[in-house]
Design a protein around this ligand. Structure first.
Ligand SMILES: NC(=O)c1ccc[n+]([C@@H]2O[C@H](COP(=O)([O-])OP(=O)(O)OC[C@H]3O[C@@H](n4cnc5c(N)ncnc54)[C@H](O)[C@@H]3O)[C@@H](O)[C@H]2O)c1
Length: 474
């Protein structure tokens, strides 16, 4: 039990001796505000509430407020609906749209969106709006933790001045600010929020220690870096690495098919080489890289270089390699159509999977839409299927493309299947899909879902990213 001494603040964590701050967190005597209750905010808010914190979400979108109040998840993420239903019922998670509620919350997490701006830097409009609106409600002892992805120096040169100016309080003395990048991947968010180390870059060592104590009380390990700027760059470094790594895998895949080798086999063998402290770790090639972060963060890095007076080469090279994959898929579809004796202009291509990753309905940055466009440009009549995207949430398709609902019925229409997203529904029905497809059909696999030999044995032509073509086996 913490009994504040007369010199200790009665509100907040900053200013308390570290052990007392840690104990308050451990005893769940701090309330956490999460400003921006979209994908990141709702996942973090639910996990922290499940860990016993009282969490209050603050969100401007009335649909999200209504959904969460009704105990429903605002986004499709495995396990999130159940978690939100539980913590709302137990009154550990509440939500509203009034930012003044932060004055009762010792820790304020900011998780608003930072989309790609017109100059390829982040659009900081929401971050700036929140910092301005938050400032008048700041109290001595508050910790403000920015988690939205931003370019380095945003915390110290944009957020901190706005908070100080609007509150009349001094950062580092009256309130603390840190940047802790969010690094989970969609589809795996809840597990990663319980396991990933939290990077903490704070404006002073004392703020850093207090912020670390908060995360550690939630059972997480922390990795402290010297400043918010370093933590901001960590986030961009992670996503640039992923995008470049997949670009490498994709270009290896382009080489593998004409050489008659399997890119996955090559990559698995290449990855056995120990290098540095780890091993070579080339990721999996595929039909494209999507998502809200990987498609924008390399541009943020490129733009950052420009603002510092340099022209970085890698971020745009990686983006170009990955953004070329829908066109590669469309070329494979045209090849497979030709192999079955059809001109693309006289046949349909059934595009399987529109969301950017398996088993979610998130279409942000999905490469399925450019793929649908590239297939249409080749002359295919494009039919789109996605079992995870409910009809009310379907994105607009390129001109000429149409949605279909019945998977097997659509496959029976043939003749070309183009798999973009490895939804479980497709993985579990590979044999049925190959049986339903009229012979000889064509299968283009962008995600290593089909066994090429099984496709050939079923009487169809096969093309796939990183795999040699196969003709039907007699
Ligand atoms: N989605 C991911 O997988 C992921 C992963 C890591 C990091 N990030 C980063 O985290 C940030 C948030 O991403 P997201 O995917 O959750 O975005 P999102 O668009 O799903 O959620 C942002 C939410 O903030 C709300 N908002 C905007 N202005 C507000 C205001 N003034 N007050 C209250 N709410 C406000 C929006 O209505 C929206 O619901 C971004 O910077 C993103 O790059 C996202």
């Amino acid at each position: 039990m913490v009994v504040p001494t007369s010199s200790e603040p009665t509100f907040g964590l900053l200013g308390l001796p570290l052990a007392a701050a840690a104990e308050r967190c451990a005893l769940r005597k701090v309330k956490v505000a999460v400003v921006g209750f979209g994908y990141v905010g709702s996942c973090i808010g639910a996990v922290l509430a499940h860990k016993g914190f009282l969490v209050h979400g603050i969100e401007v979108d009335p649909r999200i407020v209504a959904a969460v109040r009704a105990g429903r998840a605002p986004v499709e993420e495995p396990g999130l609906s159940e978690l939100i239903a539980d913590v709302v019922l137990e009154e550990r998670l509440t939500i509203g749209s009034d930012l003044s509620a932060v004055s009762g919350c010792e820790v304020v997490l900011v998780t608003v969106g930072t989309p790609l701006g017109p100059d390829h830097g982040p659009d900081l409009g929401a971050v700036i709006a929140v910092a301005k609106a938050l400032a008048p409600h700041l109290r001595k002892g508050h910790l403000v933790i920015l988690k939205s992805t931003v370019v380095p120096k945003t915390t110290t040169e944009v957020v901190v001045p706005l908070l100080q100016h609007g509150s009349g309080l001094r950062q580092g003395v009256d309130f603390g600010v840190a940047f802790c990048p969010e690094r989970f991947e969609e589809g795996n968010a809840l597990r990663q929020l319980r396991n990933l180390p939290v990077v903490v870059g704070a404006t002073s060592p004392q703020v850093g220690a207090t912020v670390a104590a908060f995360w550690e009380s939630a059972g997480l390990t922390t990795m402290r870096v010297a400043s918010p700027t370093a933590a901001e760059l960590v986030k961009l470094a992670d996503n640039l690495w992923i995008d470049l790594n997949i670009a490498l895998a994709n270009e290896l895949a382009l080489l593998a098919a004409p050489l008659g080798v399997d890119a996955l086999e090559v990559i698995a063998a290449a990855n056995t080489l120990p290098k540095g402290q780890h091993a070579v770790n080339i990721m999996t090639p595929g039909a494209g890289v999507g998502g809200s972060c990987l498609t924008k963060d390399p541009y943020f890095v490129h733009q950052l270089g420009r603002t510092l007076g340099m022209e970085l080469r890698l971020p745009l090279a990686g983006r170009a390699a990955n953004e070329a994959m829908p066109a590669v898929m469309a070329t494979l579809a045209a090849e497979v159509a030709q192999a079955i004796g059809k001109a693309p202009g006289s046949c349909a291509a059934l595009l399987l999977g529109i969301s950017f990753k398996p088993d979610t309905d998130d279409i942000r940055g999905t490469t399925a839409l450019p793929l649908a466009e590239a297939l249409g440009a080749r002359g295919f009549a494009v039919l789109c299927h996605d079992p995870c995207i409910r009809s009310g949430r379907r994105p607009a398709l390129p001109t000429g493309a149409a949605w279909v609902d019945d998977l097997l019925e659509s496959v029976r229409g043939g003749p070309v299947l183009v798999l973009h997203t490895a939804h479980g529904v497709y993985r579990s029905q590979v044999a049925a899909l190959l049986t339903a497809l009229p012979r000889p059909g064509g299968v283009v696999d962008g995600r290593f879902v089909f066994d090429p030999q099984a496709v050939a044995s079923a009487g169809h032509h096969f093309r796939g990213i990183g795999r040699p073509p196969l003709v039907p086996r007699p």
